[in-house]
Design a protein. Structure first.
Length: 490
């Protein structure tokens, strides 16, 4: 059974759900705390307002009665006082009001008290302690009068001479707006579910827009793995995903180019191996079969030896390329005289130069210029360039080597007069197995790897090489080197 793979889309959804739920939990806790605090403050204020209203009413009513104690006043006006208290309590939610004398006896209550409360006596010590709160909200069960603690405000009741004749107790359930809080939480849950549903719909389309290009890239990558490099990822929008799609397509172009080069490389290697081997096999078969006369066998053996040397050069070049690309060929930089090296290379081509009657120019700022690089590798570079320059120069043409120093760089240039390189071929001069059609006609012994190796060596030294050509007139190869003493080892 194939294991379940959690995709990026599901990860987006899960992450969003987690963040949303955590956000709502935090908001619910914050709102609950705020609502609880608000409900508590609101109830406290309600109790105090109610207590002050009852006190104002009783103070005024009691002041109109002369020489009557509080008990007689209450009992003498029981219905009117009780009605007034009930009316005041009705104006406030869940409020209970009772009037006590100085002995702690309950004289009058609102109708929402039990009948057995009236006449109940609270110990004077307890009543004094409650009276000492001076109108502040306290929680009390009035010495067991109630089965639970109630939020209460106790205020004194005074006569005309400001003597305390009793007190007023205004009470309410001590819960801090629990019903309000429950309703609020219920509303928040419903609201959260609607918001979550809407957000999930929006996220579904957003995540789809994000993950669809990634799925396209995944499909394209599988095609590339199968060797099909013509698949491209659609580029939509102008964001990071579209930048990734562009980079992905650029990578595909590069892979396609590499694959084309690889195929071309294999085809060229096969061709350059097959041609001399076919020639060698044909000549040897002819000698063994007696088809080639004895007196001509030495000539054909020389041709066979030439083809063997060509094969050897091809194999050596391929090994050289492999070592450079794998980083196995180490370059050790030393100081050497680049001018002297150029002179030695020119001398080695003296015979070919004389045969073509070339006019040689050697231009340098000084007789001796010290460069800092791998001597053997640079010798290979300069030798290869000079070899091509001599080979493809027209008879009686110019061969010029120029060595100049400028901006802390040594510039080495080799120019020859000949057919030059077509402008269409210039971008491919340093490619593996590059040979223009004309050069194939002029040179059937080359393998087309020399300039590729030359560029690889120069690149390994972190230097530059380029070619300028005027077709039908001349061609100039140039490269740079570090002067001795100005750079650390390569």
């Amino acid at each position: 059974m194939k294991p379940f793979k959690k995709g990026l889309f599901s990860k987006y959804i899960m992450a969003f759900l987690l963040i949303t739920l955590l956000s709502f939990v935090v908001l619910a806790v914050m709102f609950s705390s705020m609502i609880g605090s608000y409900a508590s403050d609101s109830k406290n204020q309600t109790l105090q307002n109610c207590a002050n209203s009852v006190k104002a009413y009783l103070d005024e009513a009691y002041a109109r009665v002369e020489a009557v104690d509080l008990n007689n006043f209450i009992f003498g006006n029981d219905q009117s006082v009780n009605g007034a208290l009930n009316l005041l309590a009705h104006n406030y939610e869940s409020i209970r009001i009772m009037v006590l004398d100085t002995d702690g006896q309950v004289l009058c209550t609102t109708d929402n008290f039990d009948e057995n409360v009236k006449g109940y006596t609270i110990p004077v010590s307890e009543l004094s302690a409650l009276g000492a709160t001076q109108g502040k909200v306290v929680k009390t069960d009035f010495n067991g009068m109630f089965d639970q603690e109630y939020k209460s405000v106790i205020v004194p009741l005074n006569d005309e001479s400001d003597e305390v004749v009793g007190c007023i107790a205004v009470s309410s359930d001590s819960s801090n707006g629990s019903e309000l809080m429950r309703n609020m939480i219920k509303t928040m849950i419903i609201f959260a579910l609607w918001i979550l549903a809407a957000a999930l719909i929006v996220l579904y389309f957003i995540a789809g827009r994000i993950t669809e290009p990634l799925r396209e890239m995944s499909r394209a990558a599988r095609e590339y793995a199968a060797g099909k490099f013509d698949v491209r990822v659609p580029v939509k929008g102008n964001d990071e995903i579209s930048d990734l799609a562009i980079a992905f397509n650029n990578m595909a172009d590069a892979l396609s180019g590499v694959e084309t080069q690889r195929s071309s490389f294999l085809a060229n290697v096969a061709h350059d191996l097959r041609t001399p081997m076919t020639t060698i096999a044909g000549f040897i078969d002819g000698i063994l079969a007696g088809a080639i006369p004895q007196e001509k066998q030495a000539y054909y053996l020389e041709l066979i030896a030439s083809e063997v040397r060509r094969l050897s050069r091809l194999v050596s070049s391929l090994l050289d390329i492999t070592r450079i690309q794998a980083g196995e060929r180490k370059f050790t930089s030393v100081a050497f005289d680049i001018c002297e090296m150029a002179r030695q290379i020119l001398i080695s081509f003296e015979k070919s130069i004389d045969e073509k009657k070339l006019n040689v120019e050697f231009l340098t700022d000084e007789d001796s210029m010290m460069a800092y690089a791998d001597r053997d590798a640079i010798y290979q570079v300069l030798y290869n360039i000079c070899h091509n320059a001599v080979k493809f120069s027209r008879v009686g043409g110019l061969l010029c080597i120029s060595i100049k120093e400028k901006n802390k760089k040594i510039f080495v240039s080799v120019k020859n007069e000949g057919d030059g390189i077509p402008s269409a071929d210039l971008p491919y001069v340093f490619d593996r197995f590059y040979k223009s059609d004309k050069s194939r006609g002029l040179d059937k012994t080359g393998v087309g790897l020399g300039l590729y190796i030359v560029k690889a060596i120069i690149n390994a030294h972190k230097e530059e090489i380029w070619v300028d050509s005027v077709e039908g007139e001349n061609c100039t190869f140039s490269f740079t080197l570090q002067p001795a003493g100005s750079q650390a080892n390569v």
